[in-house]
Design a binder for this molecule. Structure first.
Ligand SMILES: Nc1ncnc2c1ncn2[C@@H]1O[C@H](COP(=O)(O)OP(=O)(O)OP(=O)(O)O)[C@@H](O)[C@H]1O
Ligand SMILES: [Mg+2]
Length: 266
């Protein structure tokens, strides 16, 4: 058997031959206007894992998440999801259509529809795409809101919610599509530290209770040191170091990560 990373196996979706990773990118490249931003980036995450991406501004973190989410087409490289090739040689494969629903993405700025209440925000996409009944969707919305501690806000107007509450609703909305992987791009950057800690705590709970994998771009190093299974240090369009947090903080191997840790030491 191939040598496996012990943090990357253990669930039924994990396929043999991919070292058990739920998602794996291999050699993913992307240029904008002839300038390479991702340079053959390799990344993998297993079910029930939290990987925190760190690195300087402009190093390509958001671009990698956007490529994984299908919001940006890679120029080259392969992506495997749930054991199937969804991108090969930079081209989307048929399996992408069936599997992309397993990926949810949440952004920094509030992406809720302000004129709708919480329930409508949660149900609009699944109503249009999954064809489920109102009763089924209501039940699922209640469950998703309970998971993020927002059950009492089912009928609240989004404009009346605080920043932290909105981000928890944004997570609940992503959960409505039953993702197995959540991509979170600086979702707490606009929040006060205690509120940010609560929102990020929701992700830890989802990982532990539902086995959802989370790739999180955050500057919250207190969270990263406590909750991440791995810290992935991004530099010049690829991951230069991929290690458990204790290694990243106490024994960084690359000069870039060493400088980064020194600069943000908390
Ligand atoms: N759609 C686009 N068109 C042109 N250039 C882009 C586009 N998206 C990203 N870039 C460029 O690619 C580089 C990497 O951007 P990216 O947003 O991935 O960095 P980042 O690591 O997320 O940075 P930050 O920490 O500031 O969010 C930047 O120089 C950015 O200007
Ligand atoms: Mg970014």
């Amino acid at each position: 058997m191939a040598e496996t990373n012990p943090t990357l196996d253990g669930t039924p979706e994990n396929a043999p031959g991919l070292d058990g990773a739920f998602l794996r990118t291999q050699g993913v490249s992307k240029s904008f206007h002839g300038r390479p931003v991702l340079k053959e980036a390799d990344f993998a995450i297993g079910s029930g894992e939290i990987a925190v991406l760190v690195g300087k501004s402009g190093s390509g973190k958001s671009t990698l998440l956007r490529v994984i989410a299908g919001l940006e087409e890679p120029d080259a490289g392969d992506i495997h999801l749930a054991g199937q090739a969804v991108v090969q040689g930079g081209e989307y494969q048929g399996a992408w259509k069936d599997l992309h629903g397993q990926i949810g993405m949440i952004f920094q700025s509030y992406t809720l529809w302000p004129h709708m209440n919480v329930l409508d925000n949660l149900t609009i996409a699944p109503r249009l795409t999954l064809g489920e009944s109102r009763a089924q969707l209501l039940e699922r919305a209640e469950k998703a809101l309970t998971e993020v501690g927002m059950a009492q806000h089912l009928r609240s107007r989004c404009t009346q919610l605080s920043g932290g509450e909105r981000q928890r609703v944004a997570i609940a909305r992503a959960l409505m599509m039953r993702p197995r992987l959540l991509l979170c791009d600086e979702i707490t950057s606009a929040l006060d530290p205690p509120v940010a800690a609560e929102v990020l705590g929701v992700l830890t709970k989802l990982k532990e209770e539902e086995g959802i994998a989370c790739v999180i771009v955050t500057h919250d190093m207190a969270f990263a040191s406590k909750a991440a299974d791995r810290i992935c240090f991004f530099e010049d369009g690829l991951i230069k170091e991929d290690v458990p947090p204790e290694h990243a903080f106490n024994d960084p191997q690359t000069p870039g990560l060493r400088a980064f840790i020194d600069a943000i030491r908390f």
